[in-house]
Design a protein around this ligand. Structure first.
Ligand code: MTE
Ligand code: MO
Length: 424
């Protein structure tokens, strides 16, 4: 693993809040990775940075986070990394607030590395069962009506290492193959109208322009419902690693279908049975059969703090934070347990609550140094409830890599340290 600094920086004294001060009855302790404060900089003294002029507006033409936030980065797991070009890294969701993933922190999954696409040379080709086969430039795409929508993208393999037991001791590694972005782009229904899709067209093959030439079949109903070709993320052009200059957005469905660097949409009358939907991205069951075309990402949630990277720093009042999402629509409710699922409380969910988008929840709790088994359970607007791992294994066994949306458990020890565990 390449998780380096975070744990080492947590001294026992910090965990137990030996230097904790008290503000309005709430204990505050230094954060992991923080250096000890210099008393000369603390009130009632004037801090040493105040009397000097600061850095000017010409210093950072493209702004970057404070150097004190350098631990908030995408991380990868060495033993999951066959080669850097065909690999994955993880979003540091334990370090984020709200629901938007900053562009530089969106996890990446590439099958053949990030191609360098020159925007002037970019083309999107439409062919197959259409009245007019068309080729669009990026400027052509930008002349269509624009939509701006918030959606999560979750890799179907998020949590895939955990089917048989708790493995990766990190919130980032266990749940970090997800990001949530506001996409600007064109609805595919508008592009389809322009091309004149024939009634016989039932499937669309979406194909990428990377060396992997990644392709997936998408049913026409989904294409016409809410799929987009996105050219912007969180207000700026797509990042190269997210598919610059254009990617397919397939709201609520597994990340593998969100073809990056998209170069072609072929309309056909049957699924194309591509590698990524036959050999990969099928779910092997106990009886040797495999589930196929399991597109929707079912409701899921995760407590991001406390979590293996976010130890409890002080006794008394604390705030539990987490994220919930569902590929079927909006999150309706999130329950939280701190005793391994015996008792549940309903967490506060924060608006705006958007369909097929991350939703933030929080819950205040008091901690007196006792062991906790922290869990969260999401329910979506269809009434679907996030299952326990036992219930999911009963239905699907343990051979599957994909679509593990079960409830996870964080064990909080008396030191305040947190571990990923499997109960029972
Ligand atoms: N062209 C292309 N598109 C692709 C991939 C790829 O390797 N090539 N990886 C897919 C997979 S498996 C996932 S999970 C998502 C990841 O998107 P991200 O890198 O923006 O997080 O992109 C999908 N689209
Ligand atoms: Mo993926």
């Amino acid at each position: 693993m390449t998780q380096k600094t975070d744990k080492a920086a947590l001294s026992r004294r910090q965990i137990l809040g030996g230097t904790a001060a008290t503000i309005g009855g709430m204990a505050v302790a230094p954060l992991a990775g923080a250096t000890d404060p210099n008393p000369l900089n603390l009130p009632p003294n004037v801090p040493e940075w105040t009397p000097y002029l600061g850095v000017g507006v010409d210093a950072t033409p493209y702004g970057v986070p404070s150097e004190h936030e350098s631990h908030v980065i995408r991380r990868n797991v060495e033993w999951l990394t066959a080669s850097a070009e065909s690999s994955v890294n993880f979003t540091p969701i334990q370090d984020l607030d709200g629901t938007i993933t900053p562009n530089g922190l969106c996890f990446e999954r590439h099958h053949g590395g990030v191609p360098e696409v020159i925007p002037a040379d970019y083309r999107l080709m439409i062919n197959g069962l259409v009245d007019r086969e068309l080729i669009f430039t990026i400027d052509d795409l930008k002349r269509f009506p624009q939509v701006n929508r918030f959606h999560f993208l979750e890799c179907a393999a998020n949590g895939g290492m955990e089917w048989r037991g708790a493995q990766l001791n990190g919130c980032q590694y266990t749940f970090g193959m997800v990001h949530n972005v506001q996409y600007s782009g064109v609805l595919l229904s508008d592009i389809c109208r322009e091309a004149g899709v024939k009634p016989s067209a039932k499937w669309v093959l979406a194909e990428g322009g990377d060396s992997a030439g990644m392709n997936r079949s998408v049913p026409i109903e989904k294409i016409l419902d809410d799929c987009m070709i996105a050219y912007s993320m969180n207000g700026e052009a797509l990042r190269p690693e997210q598919g610059y200059p254009a990617r397919l957005v397939v709201p609520g469905w597994e990340g593998n279908m969100w073809i990056k660097w998209i170069r072609r949409l072929e309309f056909g009358d049957e699924p194309y049975m591509a590698r990524e939907e036959t050999s990969k991205y099928t779910d092997l069951m106990e009886d040797g059969k495999a589930r196929m075309f399991t597109w929707v990402m079912e409701a899921k949630s995760v407590v991001t703090s406390p979590s293996p990277e976010k130890h409890i720093m002080s006794k008394g009042q604390n705030l539990l934070k987490g994220l919930a999402w569902s590929g079927r629509g909006k999150i309706r409710r999130v329950d939280v347990s701190i005793d391994g699922g015996l008792n549940w409380q309903t967490a506060k969910i924060h608006g705006p609550i958007l369909g097929k988008s991350l939703t933030r929840f929080t819950m205040p709790f008091k901690w007196n140094g006792e062991e906790l088994k922290v869990q969260s359970r999401a329910m979506d607007e269809t009434g679907y409830v996030q299952p326990t791992i036992e219930a999911l294994q009963k239905e699907r066994g343990v051979k599957s890599i994909y679509h593990n949306n079960s409830i996870a458990t964080w064990l909080v020890k008396s030191t305040g340290e947190v571990e990923n565990v499997r109960l029972g």
